[in-house]
Structures are given as C-alpha cells and as structure tokens.
Design a protein around this ligand. Structure first.
Ligand SMILES: Nc1ncnc2c1ncn2[C@@H]1O[C@H](COP(=O)(O)OP(=O)(O)OP(=O)(O)O)[C@@H](O)[C@H]1O
Length: 764
C-alpha cells in the first residue's frame, strides 16, 4: 500500500499513510439504521458496549481505548466547526456531532443516497477522545478543558506542546490564534501562564517561527532570512539565530502574536479565504531565576488538503504538496509511536516539522493535540481521515522527565547557584556585621596603593568606592557581576549576528561561484554557438549578470557587517576582561573567586558554543547542497543508462538526450562551489582562533571538548571527498545545443546552462 501511495497525489499519499484505506474500511454492523439528526444524540454508552461485545471493529478496539496508559501525557481533543454560509448555500448538512464531552458521531452522507451497492456499508462511526467540542463551544471552554491544565505542568519545570491539526478550513487558526476581539489559545494560554507565575522569579520569552515549503522563517524577525535546524549531540533540536522576545505583560503578548501572524504566509484557496500555507510554531520559554525551566510549544499546523477541494494550481499546488508531505511525515511518526512496539524506529528526519516536534511527540513533553473538523457533509472524507488520525494519536506513549539544564548550560546554572549561595551568605554576613574588619582592611590596602587595586597581576584605577558598610561591599560585587552578565549577553547577541551574516555570506558565495562559472563558460563557448542561439540566450545572460552583481554587492555588505561586528566583539572582550579584573579585586574570599571563575568559564563556553553552532550551520548547508548534487547525479546516471541501453523510439531518445545534457550541466555547476569552498571554518571560530581562545590549526588540541566537533568536521570533509570520488559520470557523446526550458531546475540560471555546449564533467 505504501509504495502505491507514494505514486498517488500527495493528498492521497497522506490519506493512505494516516488512515485505513477507504477500501479496507470495516463493513457495516447488521443494524445501523440511525436516523441522522434524531438518533445521533440518542446513541448511548450501552450502544457502544454492544458494538464491542459483537466484535464490531468500527469503534476503536477496547485495547486501544485502554492503552491510554499515559493519558495524562497525551491528550487528544476534537473541535467541530459550524457550517459556514458557503456550505449552507451548497445545501450541505451537518454530518458530525458531539454526543457528549468526549464522544463524536460521524454519519456518512451516502447513507441517504439510494445506492444498492453500498447499502451494507457502515454509515455511522463513533469516536471517543479525551475531549470533544460542539460547533458552538467557546475558546474559553476549549482552553479550560485542554490547555489550562498544562500551565501547572510547565511552571513545575516540564515541557508541553499543543498542536492544532485538521484539514484546510477546519478552524485550526481560529482556535490557536483567533482574532483581536476573540483571541485563541496562544493568547489564553500565555495569559494563564502569566497569572500563575511570580514576575520577580520567572521571565517569559517568546519565539515564533513558521515552516513554509520546508524553510524555517522567524516571524518576529523576518530579516533573519532562512533559518537552520540543528541537533546537538544529545539530540536536542535547536534553531540557531531564532529571535526571542521578552514578554513583560499580556497586552504585549497579543501585540507580538499579531505582528508575527501578519507575517505568516497566508493565501486564499477555494476551501478557505485566508488559508495558512505554513506551520506556525510559537515557543514560550519560562526561565526561573535566569535558568531555563519549562517550555510551551503552540503549533498551528497548515491544513491537509486535496487539490480538488482547494482548486489549487501552480505555486499553491506545490505548497499544498509540501504541506501534505510534512503532514505525511508527521503521520508516519505518529504511526510508529503508536504502534506499541518498543524497539520501534521512528523517522523524524523526513521533514522539518517532525524534526521540530521530535521532543514533543516522542520525548520529554506533555502533548495536547486538538483535531479540527468541519461538520459539513461536503467534507466528510477529510473529517473521517482527521478523526481516525486523532484516534491513532491517542496511543502515542512517551516518558516525561523534568527539564534539566542542557550540558552546555551546566556551567551557567552552576554559576547561578553559586551566586545565589553567595548572596545568601552575604546577607547573613551583613546581619551579623562581623565582617567589618575585612572591609576596613581592604580599604587600608586601597589607600596604600594610592587608590589603585592590584590583583592577579592586573592593576586598576580605583573608581570603586568601598565603604566600610558590608551591604554596599556586597552590592559592589553583585553589581559587577550583573555588569559582567549584561556584557556577556550583548557579546552573545553580537556573535549570533556574526553567525547569521556568515551563514548568508556562505550561501551567497556558493550561488555566486556557480553563476560566475556559467557566465565564464558562456563567454568561452559563445563563438561556437549559432547566432540565433546567442540572441535567444542574451536575456538569460543579462539576467545572470545582474544576479551576480547583486550577489557581489550583498557579499560586500556582509563583509562590512563582519568587520563591524568583529570590532564590537573585540571591544566587548576588552570590557569583559576589565570587569573580570574588577570582580577579582572585589572578591573577598575563595567562594567569590570561584564565582568569578565560573562566570569567565561561562563566557568562554558561550562563545565556543556559538562558534561550534556556526561551523555546523555551514557544514549543514554544505551537506544539503551535496545531497542535492548527488540526487542530480543519480538522475543523470539513470538517464545515461537508459540512453546506453538503447531500445528507445526517436521521440523518447530526443527527450532523454535533452534531459541528459541539462542534468550534465546542472551537476557540473552545482559541484563547482562545493569544490571551491572547503574547508568550512566559520567566522565565529576564526575570531576565536585569532583571539587565542581556540587553536588556529586545523586540528585543534583536545581541550574543552572542541576536538570532537572538529573531528566531525574532518570526517565530513573526508566523506565529501569519498563521495566525490564515487561520482564517475558515464561519458556519452553530446549532440548539439538544446533549449530545454521544460526541464525543472532549482536555479533560474539553469535555463541558460541548458543552452551551453556540453561540458566534460567527469569529476575528479
Ligand atoms: N469554531 C468556529 N466557530 C466559528 N467560526 C469558525 C470556527 N472555526 C473556524 N471558523 C471560521 O472558519 C474559517 C476557516 O477557519 P481557519 O482559517 O481557522 O481554518 P484553518 O483550519 O486554519 O485553515 P487552513 O489550514 O487553510 O489555514 C474562518 O473564517 C474561521 O473564522
């Protein structure tokens, strides 16, 4: 079934992966003459039990119902949307009912058709969930029953995820985002969170991103461009460069969400006049005393859709395919997780969406899925699929553990704990006033130095007034500590900016290199091209030149950004050193000195962490390009094999030869930048190497765990080389020039490459 489904349209492939095929749908129970409007409400628990006793498999099996061993970990709810005016005008009628607060009845509209062939088909099906909401249910009611209980959970230091699933137009955005007048769960949930926490103790940060056509964009900072998704060695998924905003109060949340939503990709389709074409993920992170404590993920998925329903064409159709593909991947993950097989393999890697949801679905998170269905008879199939899908999701089992700081944050949190201990100790000291002597002594030393402190070989001019009041003395150390932390935070922001600029520059440089190569090849060969082809190509050549010029100007802007940011970072490093020195002077005992050591370690570790992330962002980009080149090579080999085999009629041969030449050029130009831009060492790493924090040789010493990362980079480079050696392209005599504008290409410039003379691309 699955191989068949892959050859079907994405919407159908999606359908087959998630549901029982309609062909294998269970047959009807013997008597099922429920009169739709009257009896829907009359179906009782005993009916449900009878179905079970009779062994009718139309209901979820008993074992499935009872398998909710982790009922509290996973909650599945269903919300019905009322018929809209358009559906009423089409004389659609309600075909799904909420029987009570948990059960839903679906009635097949075909029941009312006098079709003899289908008279034995089962026309009613009942589903049971953790919660079911009638079409007139309010957001507040949905919130109270589903998401409100998650708040305590997050405040206790766990993660939680809520995602809205359903066909296009079923009401997901309505539930998650709502309107200004009637805000949805994102606002209600965040508001409730605020009501629960003490603002002096907790800080809340919001990040908001969308996954559109497998590309991640920051909805709070659209200028950040496309973002990468990375996994650290512990499998934690991160989006480096994703901005986060401190949300001081609830009205600010609404404003932030509205701004984010206005940037979301939305288009009108026949099924929904403002259809969301992307998955939107709001991340609410709770910090307790500056240490990450709990996380809430609120996700408005794009709707699954059938092309026939949305009447989509062109770009919209492609978007729909991407949406369905990622939902198909989500379906597969849900199927694996709910299979009950302990040694199951769960493939999260098929889409960005599943990679992002890895923690929520299979890991350390309490999850609430709200499935959405329209009650209209015209959407029966979609409703059926969604209800079955939601039913499967109930069986997902996970193991939840309280958040512990990630290893990289360990130093930071240790420092925080140290500081808290130190603060407490200071407070006690202040009360007992037994430390006067120490301060008097320090004052004495200070005076003796003519107002200059000397500690650890560093001499500072004393701007600091240390009075004999211990409170003030303690607050001096604390205020320096605050100052140090603020500078580190600023430094980290600058380093992240450098990472972003480097990422973009790398991408731009790759694109520029391959475009330049095409232009150079054109210049070289144009003499041998017939005049009509030169004319035909001139527009493409001009466009390509303009693109190269644009890329070059962007590159110089990015280089300038690099220069400025690096300068600011270097200045920041000097300031940190100076504050560090002052801290060491102000530190009056071993414990305080340890705190300073930890702060310094934390700053270094932050810088190294960003440098490593930056290296892997680049490496990832490079790997993606390699993968796409390899796919092209594989296609190229396939076409070449077919040509060699012969047995083709003239038309097919001609078509294949065209494709062969296009692919040959694509492979060639794709590979050029990959050959020229290794090895990958990010600007962040280079900066650390220049400042002596990291060794500058290719193979760093085995300190700070950094060697592992470099070893991985070396390994990847090695693999690249091996892969390249494997690329032996079959050589086939090329014929004349061909204009193959029909061929799909992933770069606008490739229309031109198809007109170039065949280039010998046997790779080295
Ligand atoms: N429970 C509801 N009550 C009233 N109106 C609703 C309800 N649910 C959805 N609607 C309305 O139905 C329309 C479609 O809803 P919405 O845009 O939320 O669908 P969607 O599932 O997010 O679709 P897509 O996947 O295409 O983005 C909207 O006009 C919305 O206001």
């Amino acid at each position: 079934m699955s191989s068949l489904s892959l050859r079907l349209s994405p919407a159908f492939a999606f359908f087959f992966a998630l549901t029982d095929s309609p062909l294998t749908r269970p047959t009807a129970p013997k008597q099922c003459a429920v009169e739709i409007r009257k009896e829907a409400r009359l179906l009782t628990i005993s009916d449900y039990d009878i179905y079970h006793r009779e062994g009718v498999n139309s209901f979820p099996p008993r074992s499935t119902q009872l398998a909710l061993e982790n009922k509290l970990d996973k909650q599945v709810a269903v919300r019905l949307r009322p018929l809209n005016e358009q559906e009423k005008a089409r004389r659609a009628f309600q075909c799904v009912y909420s029987l009570d607060s948990q059960r839903v009845l679906l009635v097949d509209p075909e029941k009312f058709e006098n079709n003899v062939l289908r008279q034995n088909r089962q026309h009613e099906r009942q589903f049971s969930y953790d919660a079911a909401f009638a079409p007139n249910a309010s957001h507040a009611k949905v919130h109270a029953a589903t998401t409100a209980p998650l708040i305590d959970f997050v405040v206790s230091g766990f993660n939680a995820t809520v995602f809205a699933y359903g066909a296009t137009g079923a009401g997901k955005t309505y539930t998650m985002i709502g309107t200004k007048e009637n805000p949805g769960l994102m606002t209600l949930l965040t508001k409730s969170l605020y009501e629960k926490i003490n603002p002096d103790e907790y800080t809340v940060y919001l990040s908001y991103l969308e996954v559109y056509n497998e590309v991640i964009r920051d909805l709070l900072n659209p200028s950040a461009g496309f973002l990468e998704l990375l996994e650290d060695d512990k499998g934690n998924v991160q989006v480096p460069g994703l901005s986060r905003v401190k949300a001081p109060n609830t009205s600010k949340i609404m404003q932030i969400l509205q701004e984010g939503n206005s940037r979301r990709t939305q288009e009108a389709t026949a099924a929904n006049k403002s259809s969301s074409r992307s998955h939107a993920l709001l991340q609410v992170t709770l910090y307790k005393n500056a240490v990450q404590h709990g996380k809430l993920f609120l996700i408005d998925l794009a709707g699954s859709e059938r092309a026939s329903q949305t009447l989509n064409k062109g770009k919209r159709l492609k978007e729909g395919a991407a949406i369905n593909r990622s939902l198909l991947a989500l379906g597969n993950v849900i199927n694996s997780l709910s299979s009950g097989n302990k040694g199951r393999y769960v493939n999260y890697r098929d889409s960005k969406l599943t990679r992002l949801l890895k923690d929520s679905l299979g890991g350390n998170s309490k999850t609430c899925m709200i499935a959405h269905v329209t009650s209209s008879s015209t959407n029966y199939e979609e409703t059926y699929n969604t209800l079955v899908y939601a039913n499967r999701a109930k069986n997902i089992t996970t193991r939840i553990v309280r958040n512990r700081p990630a290893s990289a944050d360990q130093v930071y949190s240790e420092a925080m704990r140290e500081m808290q201990r130190e603060n407490q100790r200071r407070a006690t000291l202040t009360q007992t006033s037994s430390s006067h002597q120490i301060h008097d002594k320090s004052l004495g030393e200070n005076k003796a130095n003519g107002g200059a402190f000397s500690k650890g070989g560093i001499v500072f001019n004393s701007q600091i007034r240390i009075k004999s009041n211990p409170k003030k003395f303690s607050s001096l150390f604390n205020s320096l500590k605050e100052q140090y932390l603020t500078i580190i935070e600023k430094q980290n922001k600058l380093r992240e900016r450098l990472l972003k600029a480097n990422h973009e520059a790398y991408d731009v440089e790759m694109s520029r290199t391959s475009k330049m190569a095409i232009l150079n090849a054109w210049e070289k060969h144009k003499q041998s091209v017939i005049e009509s082809d030169v004319k035909k190509s001139s527009e493409s050549v001009e466009r390509l030149k303009a693109e190269v010029a644009e890329l070059e100007s962007r590159l110089s802007q990015l280089t300038e950004t690099r220069r400025k940011v690096e300068k600011a970072i270097r200045k920041g490093v000097e300031t940190t050193r100076s504050v560090e020195g002052r801290l060491r002077v102000a530190a009056k005992d071993a414990e305080q000195n340890e705190v300073v050591d930890l702060l310094v370690k934390m700053a270094t570790s932050d810088a190294e962490k960003i440098a490593i992330t930056s290296d892997s962002v680049l490496q990832n980009l490079r790997m993606r390009k390699q993968e796409s080149s390899l796919l092209k090579v594989m296609r190229y080999e396939l076409v070449a094999d077919k040509l060699i085999d012969g047995n083709l009629n003239e038309d097919d041969r001609e078509r294949l030869q065209q494709e062969y030449r296009v692919l040959k050029n694509q492979v060639h130009y794709h590979m050029i930048p990959l050959k020229q831009t290794e090895p990958v060492v990010s600007w962040n790493t280079q900066l650390l190497q220049r400042s002596g924090v990291l060794p500058s040789a290719n193979k760093p010493k085995s300190e700070n765990g950094l060697d592992r990362t470099y070893a991985a980079t070396d390994m990847q480079l090695l693999q690249t080389r091996t892969k390249r050696e494997v690329l032996r392209l079959p050589a086939i005599a090329a014929k004349s020039l061909v204009d193959s504008s029909e061929t799909q290409s992933d770069s606008g410039s490739e229309t031109l490459t198809t007109r170039l003379p065949a280039i010998n691309v046997t790779s080295r």
